[in-house]
Design a protein around this ligand. Structure first.
Ligand SMILES: CCC(=O)SCCNC(=O)CCNC(=O)[C@H](O)C(C)(C)COP(=O)(O)OP(=O)(O)OC[C@H]1O[C@@H](n2cnc3c(N)ncnc32)[C@H](O)[C@@H]1OP(=O)(O)O
Length: 300
């Protein structure tokens, strides 16, 4: 017998909360009180995080606070979490482009807000909040790319590492400026940077606060490509075309592909292999697989 509507809704909400907990790193057991830090962050308002979902399965996530070079205010941190939840529930999604409004990526956390929460408890709570959100971004079953125009500094540089790929426009720059602020990365940027460029290069970029221009990023394997245009509309078009090479195809297969790679990236080998087996089971004999068996394509 079908469940009444309210029971269905309750069930879905429970499942979503459980899924968010599973994908996050910190919860009450770590002394993390999400509602408290959210309340605090809400006091530092400004800017927005916007999401548009296109018919081609590509989502566009925009950091929108151009007056402050897209610095992250408290409300933007909370909105980022909300948009990630939306993306987790977008079953038709295959890809994601993260970029900043006004021809620049992001200048890190809003220094006006940071000054107000400079005590250690607030700092740790904000750090756990952002690590949870960026870990969920990294684990989305969508192929994600940071489109870097202008500057990606501090937390902005960390955000680029939560995406699968980075594309840079001419004249743009990624820079981990934390040392100048008497800090180290705290949004997970150091751990992810080591995975992307290796520990030696990561240590140099962090401890030398080195400017990473498009050429250097290519050399380090930090960026995939330098786009030809630094105009916002055209760069976005180029990023869409670049990403489409990987998102073309059946949604179930693209999402499964990202999931097997996430498992390989994060889990010990035996666990990753078992996860790969389970995900393989979701596509084997599925519509795309059966259709291909009929079509028998030649892979020339
Ligand atoms: C997670 C930990 C972290 O994120 S630590 C890193 C925090 N971020 C920073 O320290 C970046 C500080 N900003 C800068 O170095 C420069 O503003 C950069 C980004 C290089 C841009 O320089 P430029 O193109 O000359 O523009 P500008 O300095 O005139 O800035 C325009 C307005 O934006 C503001 N702005 C910029 N970044 C932030 C920020 N992170 N927090 C708060 N406000 C920021 C500037 O103050 C400036 O505002 P105003 O026009 O003077 O009112």
């Amino acid at each position: 017998m079908a469940l009444p509507l309210w029971k269905n809704l309750l069930q879905t909400t429970k499942e979503r909360i459980l899924q968010q907990r599973r994908l996050s790193l910190y919860n009450g057991a770590h002394g993390y009180e999400e509602e408290l830090i959210k309340k605090k962050l809400q006091q530092f308002a400004g800017g927005s995080i916007n999401l548009s979902k296109e018919d081609n399965g590509i989502g566009i996530l925009t950091l929108n606070n151009p007056k402050l070079m897209n610095a992250f205010t408290g409300t933007m941190m909370v909105e980022l979490q909300e948009r990630i939840t939306e993306l987790e529930n977008w079953k038709d999604g295959k890809g994601l482009i993260v970029y900043g409004a006004g021809n620049t990526f992001c200048s890190g956390s809003d220094l006006n807000a940071v000054k107000e929460i400079s005590n250690s408890q607030d700092g740790m709570d904000m750090c756990m909040f952002m690590q949870n959100t960026l870990t969920r971004l990294m684990r989305l079953p969508l192929i994600s790319v940071a489109l870097v125009q202008g500057k990606a500094f501090g937390g902005g540089a960390e955000l680029t590492t939560a995406c699968d790929f980075r594309l840079m426009t001419p004249g743009s720059e990624i820079r981990f400026v934390h040392k100048h602020m008497g800090l180290v990365p705290g949004w997970g940027g150091a751990a992810r940077l080591v995975q992307i460029v290796g520990s030696g290069a990561a240590l140099q970029l962090l401890s030398g606060t080195a400017r990473v221009d498009p050429e250097k990023a290519l050399r380090l394997g930090f960026s995939e490509q330098t786009l030809s245009s630094s105009d916002e509309t055209r760069a976005l078009e180029e990023a869409r075309a670049w990403l489409s090479q990987y998102t073309e195809g059946p949604v179930s297969v693209i999402r499964a592909m990202k999931k097997v790679v996430t498992a390989g990236r994060e889990l010990p080998l035996e666990d990753a292999l078992r996860t790969e087996k389970d995900i393989f089971g979701t596509v084997w004999g599925g519509p795309a697989n059966l259709e291909a068996l009929v079509r028998r394509p030649k892979h020339k």
